[in-house]
Design a protein around this ligand. Structure first.
Ligand SMILES: Nc1nc2c(c(=O)[nH]1)N[C@H]1C(S)=C(S)[C@@H](COP(=O)(O)O)O[C@H]1N2
Ligand SMILES: [Mo]
Length: 311
């Protein structure tokens, strides 16, 4: 009998995952010089005690191989293949202990270890669409905890209007940070009501296993109604603020990227139409959905706002 930890994939997905894991082990054993390089992936283990959340779209899952080999993570390089290639060699060992420092407008600031941050919560599996502003998309079975539940423990006060996240700065681990492709650290932010929305997820795994470095180990954000760039990876700080955070992409290209970054087929990016998207693994383009298909749940957050101005 098959013991189901968190998801019940179809036969094809089981095969896909098994093949990929085997290949990963083979590479670790086969290429002498690569043993150290693959040490971390071999240690990304299954996550126990994961419950299925009702938050799951019906779309076919994107194969694990694509989810872990077609990535945007500029700290590892700007090509989609760079993170999978560079992450194992440069992350070296598992990024533990990992500490997140919480600060700003809250009653209980301070550093907190990964285990203490996550352990009090029940791990959920949620199947979400991820839509990149570059007009490709995936469907990923994430494992994580509701962001709201985690944030509440730090007791944000009435001045906390926004929450800002940053990614680790460590050019030893992140070769991309040796250059100035972006203004490091990578910064993202949410308005407090967005952060507290039940769909916002703090992810620690996918496909039933811990996150690999290329997907933002050990903790990344997933905000499914926003473009992928809001889903910041490898988080080391959380800060509650009164004023709107300046995110990395707003700094880098203010005319191209706004703070809200809600998926909107009617507002084009200067370089990519947002009307359609290519689902990774599919040939024909699909129509992009307002708020990435989550309009019913989230449109109310933006009542009265002009979404062409607040893009
Ligand atoms: N720190 C950091 N987080 C990041 C990025 C990045 O370059 N650095 N890229 C973003 C973009 S553009 C996308 S589309 C998603 C991709 O997530 P995935 O590779 O896990 O699918 O991560 C986002 N988070
Ligand atoms: Mo993206």
């Amino acid at each position: 009998m098959l013991i189901r930890t968190g998801y019940s994939p179809g036969e094809a997905e089981v095969t896909d995952k098994a093949l990929w894991l085997d290949r990963r082990r083979f590479l670790a054993l086969g290429a002498g010089g690569m043993v150290a390089a693959t040490a971390w992936p071999a240690q990304a283990g299954p996550l126990a005690g994961v419950v299925k959340s009702p938050h799951r779209v019906d779309d076919a899952l994107t194969p694990l191989k694509d989810v872990t080999h077609y990535n945007n993570f500029y700290e590892f390089g700007t090509d989609k293949g760079d993170p999978a290639q560079m992450a194992p060699s440069f992350f070296g060992k598992p990024p533990r202990p990992w500490t997140v420092t919480v600060s700003g407008e809250c009653g209980k600031p301070g550093p907190i270890g990964y285990e203490d941050l996550i352990r009090p919560h029940r791990l959920e599996e949620r199947i979400y669409r991820l839509r990149c502003v570059e007009a490709w998309s995936m469907v990923i079975p994430w494992v994580g905890v509701p962001l709201a539940d985690v944030l509440k423990r730090f007791e944000p006060n009435s001045n906390a209007k926004y929450v800002e996240f940053t990614t680790l700065v460590d050019p030893e681990r992140f070769p991309g940070q040796r250059g100035r492709m972006l203004d490091w650290p990578y910064v993202e932010g949410l308005r407090m009501d967005e952060a507290m929305h039940p769909l916002a997820l703090l992810a620690v795994g996918l496909y039933g296993e811990e996150l690999l470095p290329q997907n933002g180990a050990p903790i990344r954000l997933v905000v499914p109604w926003k473009y992928g760039f809001k889903s910041i990876k490898s988080i080391v700080t959380i800060r509650f603020t009164e004023s709107q955070p300046r995110s990395t992409w707003m700094k880098s290209a203010p005319r191209e990227y706004g703070f809200y970054a809600n998926v909107n087929p009617r507002v084009d990016h200067p370089r990519w139409s947002q009307a359609k998207e290519r689902r990774i693994g599919e040939f024909l383009k699909r129509d992009t959905l307002a708020f990435n298909g989550y309009a019913e749940q989230v449109a109310g957050l933006y009542a009265g706002m002009d979404l062409a101005v607040n893009y």
